[in-house]
Design a protein around this ligand. Structure first.
Ligand code: ZN
Ligand code: ZN
Length: 245
């Protein structure tokens, strides 16, 4: 299996870590928020993926049926890895167990894939990285937006500009978990608005998990309506099966 070219976190790096060693979100071992062993177990994407939306395929075709027939506001979308153990547990802890310290170790996968095709030869270069926003109410409950922390890690490593205020979630939508693809699209339609600063710019949206793509599509639609030139998306994880039509 391919190994990741990521910088492993190594030993505990602060006095606080030595006093209260963090536990690995993947395997519960003490010492690091996401241990070096789990870091290498993160499953890369299979070779067969849709050239546009990046969803894993069962067969060798260039485009999935949805991208062959539908029109998307996203020019290109890719995930860094499969939504599987131990990454799945780490993303869950980042989102629901108040463990923002996981964002740094997890952002390394975004950085790793961003340095390879198709990102190294885009038709239009990226002007800014825009995280998928949370509604203000949910952000206050959680204390942070996990997608913004991941995007910040990507920007630190690549030098790209982070623009978290260019998209805003204006509707407090239901959680997408448990909804069908059609319900997800309906749930997030019109939920986002884009700042006029996106006009003429090429944006890279960043989110934690690509499930059906409904949230990213709604964001891309809002950005396009506000005049964005091109919208790409990069997510940390995508399921191996299930979301594909
Ligand atoms: Zn571990
Ligand atoms: Zn597709």
């Amino acid at each position: 299996m391919a190994t990741w070219t990521i910088r492993l976190s190594g030993a505990a790096d602060s006095a606080l870590d030595l006093l209260f060693p963090p536990r690995c979100a993947g395997c519960d071992a003490p010492g690091q928020p996401f241990c070096d062993r789990c870091a290498q177990l993160v499953a890369p994407l299979p070779a067969q993926i849709c050239a546009v939306c990046g969803r894993p395929h069962a067969t060798a075709v260039a485009l999935c049926s949805q991208c062959r027939h539908g029109r998307s506001h996203l020019r290109l979308s890719r995930a860094a890895a499969l939504h599987a153990h131990p990454l799945r547990e780490a993303i869950h802890a980042l989102k629901y167990e108040t463990r923002p310290e996981l964002a740094g170790p997890l952002a390394r996968y975004l950085v790793a894939v961003f340095q390879a095709p198709p990102w190294d030869a885009l038709p239009a270069p990226i002007d800014a990285v825009v995280p998928v926003p949370l509604h203000i109410q949910r952000r206050e409950e959680r204390g942070y937006n996990q997608s913004e922390l991941l995007a910040a890690g990507l920007c630190r490593a690549t030098g790209l500009a982070l623009e978290p205020a260019w998209l805003e979630r204006i509707q407090a939508t239901r959680q997408q978990v448990g909804l069908s693809a059609a319900e997800r699209r309906q749930n997030v339609a019109g939920a986002f608005t884009a700042h006029s600063a996106v006009t003429g710019r090429c944006l890279l949206l960043v989110d934690d998990v690509y499930t059906t793509g409904a949230t990213l599509e709604a964001c891309a639609q809002a950005a396009t309506a506000a005049g964005a030139r091109a919208v790409y998306a990069l997510t940390l994880a995508i399921p191996a099966h299930g979301a594909h039509p």
